[in-house]
Write a protein that binds this ligand. Structure first.
Ligand SMILES: [Zn+2]
Length: 174
């Protein structure tokens, strides 16, 4: 998690807000498709959105189909592997340990999130309680910067609305 002073943190937040709005829209589309409320986008060094993905855990019957893992799969199939270090993955919720591993192995350079994993756990009652920064810092191949939260209130509201009425299974937390 970033420990930026308030002014710098505000600048980071405003820089990533447009991409985060796209990630939140992906999360809404996931819900509309009967999946869980998670979305993510991949941005280049200028912040331009290159790829988008959403959670497909329910429709694919696959608990590994979190938004970020879906996005990593798509990115590795379509983009130059050497460009990954310049990429930023912007996600509606802090990546779970599985997705953090996928992001690390793909070589992506930065993650920006809205709702924290801790907050998601409080809302949904389910979590793998390991911050993504802890997963990333355990790797020795390369570093992954973490920034957030950005637009946390919107993401938290979406989770509260969804999980309080959710009666399905709780597999797939990001
Ligand atoms: Zn995940």
């Amino acid at each position: 998690m970033s420990a930026l002073p308030p002014t710098a943190a505000a600048q980071v937040a405003s820089m990533w807000e447009p991409a985060m709005r796209s990630a939140l829209e992906e999360a809404r589309l996931a819900v509309a498709a009967n999946n869980h409320p998670f979305g993510a986008v991949l941005c280049d060094a200028e912040g331009k959105v290159l790829l988008a993905a959403q959670n497909t855990v329910v429709t694919d019957k696959d608990p590994t189909c979190h938004a970020e893992t879906n996005l990593v799969r798509s990115a590795c199939r379509t983009l130059d592997p050497k460009s990954m270090a310049q990429m930023t993955l912007v996600t509606s919720t802090e990546p779970c340990p599985m997705c953090s591993g996928a992001i690390y192995w793909a070589g992506i350079g930065r993650v920006v999130y809205a709702c924290s994993g801790k907050k998601l756990g409080q809302i949904s009652g389910e979590e793998l309680d390991i911050p993504c920064g802890q997963v990333f810092s355990s790797g020795r191949l390369h570093s992954v910067e973490v920034e957030g939260p950005v637009l946390a209130a919107e993401a938290e509201e979406m989770h509260t609305r969804f999980w309080t009425s959710w009666s399905g299974e709780h597999f797939g937390d990001s």
